[in-house]
Design a protein around this ligand. Structure first.
Ligand SMILES: Cc1cc2nc3c(=O)[nH]c(=O)nc-3n(C[C@H](O)[C@H](O)[C@H](O)COP(=O)(O)OP(=O)(O)OC[C@H]3O[C@@H](n4cnc5c(N)ncnc54)[C@H](O)[C@@H]3O)c2cc1C
Length: 444
């Protein structure tokens, strides 16, 4: 029986988390259908977190992943430089982990990940009276000396600076009971359209992939709190290092790649090969689209937030202020380039020696045809640098729209759980927590 088994074995040192299940293992499962303890559908972060719970319990588990790699929406490609063949590290859409995410602590993988960390804050690009400047806006609580040099006037009024302080305190104290959208909450807290356009829309629009800031404030405030407690970071070598770290230590013979689950029931799954596997517990850890296809009665359909990320290399090192470990926000809001991240400034390993790498993003739309306009704006911002397009990643299914109160996981029927960011918080932390708690619930 062809189960679509991938023929590479995962090693801790392997940059790609790919694995093999021996044909003998699968054959024995199918020919002698014993009851497995847990079947996991999907090898994204939620599925991996669930597998770690099962492995820690010494359970008999299997994970099926439809694609050829683990990590789901957290993925990285190595794109060779056309001249030298040296790789650029290209994530599948710009994303960061926050070192304060409780689940990264819980999983214990954070300490094993060499990280490129952003400075807390941003460089805000603002044009006033036809003069364009980058205003370095660091988190003054964590970088107090920066208060002396940041010219707040171009981004926040003195009253708004105070409101920002109060908002930070409230988020840290968990005082986030508001039922407003993020935009409405910011307006209610006294922020002007100017402050929204210059800071909140490019920053939170980038985090939420939504420049309308329609996400509930309760969610954004939790992220704000996480930003205030830790660093935004990308593992050296790209975001795929996170799923690779989560998979380290898992028995590779229990992870089957390139094998899509066609349907699920209370105590079984049916693979796209037609094979039927029996288990006392089933955990659906797919994206929202697949979860509602597999369980249409229980899981509503997902609407998605999209984004387009274009990666450019500089000939030589990055120009100032891209040489700082700071995100650049477009405070003017006139062009397609919403924010720009200087990846190669985070540390060595993102770009070949002597080259710089940035990712220019446009949130809300997934369309590779945006590239020429994004490239033109980057070249207008930094006309003295020679830029080369390295890759375009148009991500239509970035983050699920929040339409219901997030919950950690769902249990549509006894022994069958659903986990993932379509149900829990729309974040790395939410997906990990959801997978972990769903697996724990199935075992209790
Ligand atoms: C562009 C972008 C930017 C982001 N930015 C951030 C950020 O900065 N910070 C942050 O915290 N989060 C960010 N996120 C969100 C974060 O990446 C996700 O919340 C998280 O990865 C979701 O994990 P998951 O396991 O729930 O789902 P997924 O990653 O979607 O994993 C589901 C897995 O199930 C597999 N699958 C689906 N159907 C089947 C089937 N029938 N059979 C077998 N396998 C199946 C899929 O192939 C996939 O591997 C971003 C996401 C994107 C795309």
């Amino acid at each position: 029986m062809n189960l679509g088994i991938f023929d590479r074995r995962f090693k801790g040192s392997d940059p790609l988390p790919v694995m093999v299940v021996s044909m003998a293992t699968i054959d024995s499962l199918i020919k002698v259908p014993r009851g497995l303890d847990l079947l996991i559908v999907g090898g994204g972060l939620a599925g991996l977190a669930a597998a770690r719970v099962a492995a820690a319990r010494g359970a008999d588990w299997l994970l099926f992943e439809g694609s050829d790699t683990l990590g789901g929406r957290v993925g990285t490609d190595l794109v060779p430089d056309s001249e030298t063949g040296e790789p650029f590290v290209i994530d599948r859409g710009f994303q960061v982990l926050l070192t304060s995410y409780p689940e990264l602590e819980e999983s214990g993988v954070l300490s094993s990940l060499p990280l490129g960390r952003f400075e807390p804050g941003a460089n805000v690009r603002v044009t006033t009276r036809s003069k364009t400047r980058f205003h370095r806006a660091l988190d003054v609580w964590r970088r107090p000396m920066s208060a002396l040099t940041f010219d707040w006037r171009h981004v926040f009024s003195p009253g708004e600076a105070m409101a920002l302080m109060r908002m930070r305190r409230d988020a840290r104290n968990g005082n986030i009971e508001s039922t407003r959208t993020t935009r409405d909450e910011l307006v209610a807290r006294g922020f002007s359209e100017r402050a929204l356009a210059r800071f909140f829309v490019p920053f939170w629009g980038g985090v939420l992939l939504d420049r309308e800031l329609a996400a509930p404030w309760s969610f954004t405030a939790r992220l704000f709190d996480a930003f205030s407690r830790g660093d935004a970071a990308i593992p050296i070598g790209g975001m795929r290092a996170l799923p690779a770290a989560l998979a380290t230590g898992l028995d590779p013979d229990r992870i089957v790649l390139r094998t899509k689950v066609q349907s699920v029931g209370q105590n079984h799954v049916i693979l796209d090969t037609g094979a039927r596997l029996v288990s006392g517990r089933v955990l659906v850890a797919t994206d929202g689209d697949e979860a509602s296809r597999l369980l249409p009665e229980s899981i509503p359909t997902t609407r998605w937030r999209a984004t387009t990320s274009c990666y450019y290399a500089s000939q030589g090192p990055l120009p100032a202020p891209l040489d700082q470990r700071l995100l650049i926000l477009d405070g003017d809001g006139l062009g397609p380039l919403h924010h720009l991240a200087p990846l190669s400034s985070l540390g060595p390993g993102f770009a070949p020696e002597g080259r710089g790498l940035v990712v220019a993003s446009h949130d809300g739309v997934a369309d590779p045809a945006l590239e020429p306009a994004l490239g033109a704006e980057l070249r207008a911002w930094f006309p003295d640098t020679t830029w080369t397009l390295i890759a375009v990643r148009a991500i239509a299914r970035g983050l699920p729209v929040i339409e219901r109160e997030p919950t950690d996981f769902a249990l549509p029927m006894p022994g069958l759980a659903v986990a993932g960011d379509h149900i829990a918080d729309r974040s790395i932390d939410g997906a990990l927590r959801s997978g972990r708690l769903a697996a724990q619930a199935l075992f209790t």
